[in-house]
Write a protein that binds this ligand. Structure first.
Ligand SMILES: Cc1ncc(COP(=O)(O)O)c(C=O)c1O
Length: 362
């Protein structure tokens, strides 16, 4: 079945290279290969397939990011996108019902649809710190619901699902044996629980792309019930085989040095959040709830320019780059990334205010 255009990815692909002030990237400012090699020389890597279900040491290092489980509950792949795809293709059958949250990551809606599933969505409520209502979730379940998909913390809203919400969700899912797929690609800067530690049918996906600043490595993983991981490994045999020893070695370096990398990134986030707080004090036209966790939030503006037009005008006239809310079917918002260069973020926001003055004739 045909896949719908992935709006955010297409927008990034078309315009990202024109950005002077990239205020929308969801990754931390990237590390270089040299920075990784300085942490650990790679030595002589034999370029065979490596371990098919994932390098053992990498899986042990990944397991240390969780509270429960064993390494045979983990498999590795190319990025969190592929991790999500592997889970959905493994679990879902045509006719299954899937529930996802909006605004959110389009993969969770259009990938299940392409597999012949019906998908319903539950809205995140901006007035409630972008949390959904558990009653809405309960009312959206059907007897065919097979999978609920979350992104915790959520792109683009920054929602961090509360423990109470997750408990209530798990209770609902347990009654019907529903799986929960939680994309946790933005988790790990603070101590937040993983769905795979909370629920026996919880499946967590993640990668080194966002909080580890290594999107170019394309290294991701799935952690979940062993029977699901076994089936994913069968599927991998038909497509990717393995992530390969080169990527595995670089990933292992990053995971071994995670505290160093995360400390660098926490610092960047803290500085950028403070810059944004100060900027908002003198900027009445833009509003944002800065997230507790993750690298992304959703900036709302209160003047009447459609978000795509606004993003295009900004890019053409100032080099400021945003993903517009329209890519998430949510108007009058722009996705704001928190993890990029601190000076660039500061200057970009100042330039945004100047441009807004001129554009609105203030
Ligand atoms: C929720 C979510 N999942 C997955 C990805 C892609 O992650 P990766 O680079 O690890 O494939 C993104 C990137 O924007 C994302 O926002």
């Amino acid at each position: 079945m045909k896949l719908a255009d992935f709006k955010v990815e297409q927008w990034m692909n078309k315009y990202e290279m024109d950005a002077h002030y990239n205020l929308t990237d969801t990754c931390m400012k990237s590390l270089t290969i040299q920075e990784l090699l300085d942490m650990e020389p790679l030595g002589s890597i034999s370029l065979d397939y490596g371990q098919i279900t994932g390098n053992k040491e990498c899986k042990e290092a990944i397991l240390s990011l969780y509270e429960t489980g064993t390494t045979d509950q983990i498999t590795t792949c190319h990025g969190c996108l592929e991790a999500n795809q592997l889970v959905m293709e493994t679990i879902l059958e045509p006719g299954d019902h899937v529930l996802a949250f909006v605004p959110g990551y389009q993969q969770f809606i259009d990938m299940p649809r392409s597999l012949g599933c019906t998908v319903d969505t539950v809205s995140l409520d901006e007035s409630k710190s972008w949390m959904p209502s558990i009653t809405d979730v309960e009312q959206s379940l059907t007897e065919n619901t097979r999978l609920i998909i979350l992104n915790n913390p959520n792109n683009p809203t920054g929602t961090l699902y509360t423990g109470a919400f997750l408990d209530a969700l798990i209770k609902l899912c347990r009654k019907q044996g529903i799986y929960i797929l939680c994309d946790e690609v933005y988790r790990g800067l603070e101590a937040n629980e993983s769905i795979s530690d909370l629920y026996e049918r919880g499946i967590a996906t993640s990668s080194l792309s966002k909080i580890y600043a290594l999107a170019g490595l394309r290294f991701g993983w799935v952690k979940g019930p062993k029977e699901v991981i076994d089936q994913i490994n069968v599927r991998k045999d038909y497509t990717m085989v393995s992530t390969g020893p080169l990527i595995d070695a670089l990933a292992l370096t990053a995971l071994k040095h995670k505290e160093e990398i995360l400390q660098r990134n926490r610092q960047i986030l803290q500085t950028n959040k403070e810059t944004i707080r100060q900027w908002l004090e003198n900027e009445p036209r833009y509003h944002v709830q800065l997230p507790q966790e993750g690298t992304v939030c959703f900036l709302r503006y209160d003047f009447d320019i459609p978000s795509e037009q606004l993003a295009l005008e900004l890019l053409e006239q100032t080099g400021i780059f945003f993903v517009p809310g329209s890519c998430f079917d949510c108007e009058y918002h722009l996705r704001l990334g928190l993890g990029q260069d601190c000076q660039m973020t500061k200057e970009g926001l100042e330039r945004l205010s100047q441009w807004t003055d001129q554009r609105l004739g203030c």
